[in-house]
Design a protein around this ligand. Sequence first.
Ligand code: SF4
Length: 134
Amino acid sequence: MQKELTELDKKVYKYVLSKGKEGIPQNVLWKELKITSRDASRVLKKLEMLGYVKREPIIYGGRRTYRVIAIPKPIETKKKPSMPIIDFRKYFDIPCMVCPNIDKCYQGGYFDPTTCDLLTEWIQIEISRKKAKT
Ligand code: SF4
């Protein structure tokens, strides 16, 4: 079961919450929200499992149903993963950025980054710069 609340789940939860401690009969709820009884049942089962509502069996209008009562709690929202910040400016002076052979350069090829003098020199300069800063 998906733990994240859908928009419908939130709508139903907020509606039940608005009914206070008295709650609302389930067979009234779906009619008032203009959703199907099946959707209401599915959503309420989920909300109950996640601790947002409790349901008590009752007889309402001569039919067996549940009284749905909200359990006040904050609606959990999924946090978006934060994107790592990469500063590309420091890579602009890599010789590969302007190398005419970059399309033909690969490990084991004629142009090979593991044996390239330009790249090796650039790496050595970068290492020297880093050491100078520390
Ligand atoms: S490793 Fe050397 S040859 Fe390969 S793309 Fe970079 S600068 Fe060019």
